[in-house]
Write a protein that binds this ligand. Structure first.
Ligand SMILES: Nc1ncnc2c1ncn2[C@@H]1O[C@H](COP(=O)(O)OP(=O)(O)OP(=O)(O)O)[C@@H](O)[C@H]1O
Ligand SMILES: [K+]
Length: 313
């Protein structure tokens, strides 16, 4: 269980239950087919990032909303098992816990339906109740799987109290409120999000550097563009020359959830090792995320501190 005292990493974001069916092919409209395997997974970008930060040893707190249903109860248990404070996990009767129904065929192609449900009912009142925790955190993480105005409100609350803000604009919206840029200490996106936000297609570290410059001009303090197996590119107001931080070579078996592992690790190292340079924080986060791609599933692939090389800490 987490120790007493304020949480170091606070996440304001989503929880989703993944309902996954494996089939040989995807069904056509109106068709019923039989799959060969079904499993339920814990997902949602906010929760994933919180779980990774907690498994590395940060004192974490989740601010989110689930339904008053069995998926919601199970999700709260999942947070508790990972040592995450659930004081501000609300349960509503007005919507179901967020769910992603996923069908994957034998070629690995998928169709996905997401019903955000209770995630969209997280509101200003919920943030006000958690204001003390937000303002005492070392790092706050927000994404876009809840109502964007609520993410922005949380970022502003944290920013105005000197809490480091880490914003992950996922899933990307082309018309992002410009205040997201000016209230992000760290703005971390992947290649496709980078393209949606800037119109610059990203296929190389050079392209990522161009994106970084555009996002600095929009007001971010430090931009990270993740590049899958290539690691990522960072650029900051203090050092406005793009720097490629490569990831180690590994045998990837399932890259699902790598981006959230990376963001959770970033928050952990920023909160718990404030004297590390950002380049070192990013190098270590690349390593953590590269461990996650060597195991299947999302949260199920996220490493625990005890299983990692101890020179990371
Ligand atoms: N094949 C890989 N080998 C090593 N590291 C990887 C690999 N794929 C991803 N990573 C690590 O994970 C980080 C995030 O990956 P990526 O840029 O693919 O994020 P993403 O597109 O948001 O991922 P996803 O949507 O699959 O969660 C990378 O910066 C890198 O550190
Ligand atoms: K994985």
């Amino acid at each position: 269980m987490a120790a007493a005292g304020p949480a170091e990493v606070v996440v304001v974001g989503s929880c989703m239950t993944d309902l996954v069916s494996l089939t040989t092919r995807l069904p056509k409209a109106g068709e019923t087919i039989h799959g060969h395997k079904f499993f339920i997974g814990f997902g949602g970008k906010g929760a994933n990032q919180c779980i990774q930060a907690a498994r590395l040893g940060a004192k974490t707190l989740m601010i989110c909303k689930v339904g008053k249903d069995s998926f919601g109860n199970d999700y709260i248990e999942n947070f508790k098992r990972n040592g995450i404070s659930t004081d501000f996990v609300g349960q509503t009767e007005d919507a179901a816990t967020g769910a992603a129904s996923i069908i994957v065929n034998s070629e690995g192609q998928n169709v996905i339906v997401i019903v955000a449900g209770a995630n969209l009912l997280l509101d200003s009142e919920d943030l006000k109740r958690a204001a003390n925790a937000i303002c005492k955190a070392k790092v706050i993480i927000c994404q876009l799987e809840i109502t964007p105005a609520i993410s922005l409100e949380a970022l502003k609350m944290a920013y105005s109290n000197g809490v480091k803000t880490l914003f992950n604009p996922a899933p990307a919206h082309a018309e992002l409120d410009p205040q997201f840029y000016t209230h992000s200490d760290i703005f971390c996106c992947n290649e496709s999000e980078a393209e949606i936000l800037t119109g610059i297609p990203v296929g190389s570290p050079e392209d990522a550097g161009k994106v970084g410059l555009v996002l600095l001009e929009r007001g971010c303090k430090l931009v990270i563009v993740t590049l899958g197996a290539e690691g990522c590119v960072m650029i900051s107001v203090d050092e406005p020359i793009p720097k490629h931080v490569p990831a180690g070579k590994v045998r990837a078996v399932d890259t699902t959830g790598a981006g959230d592992s990376f963001v959770g690790a970033l928050a952990f190292f920023m909160a718990c090792y404030p004297n590390l340079s950002m380049e070192e924080v990013i190098r270590k986060s690349n390593f953590i995320a590269s461990v996650s791609v060597q195991a299947s599933g999302t949260q199920s692939s996220y490493p625990y501190r005890k299983d990692l090389p101890q020179d990371l800490f």
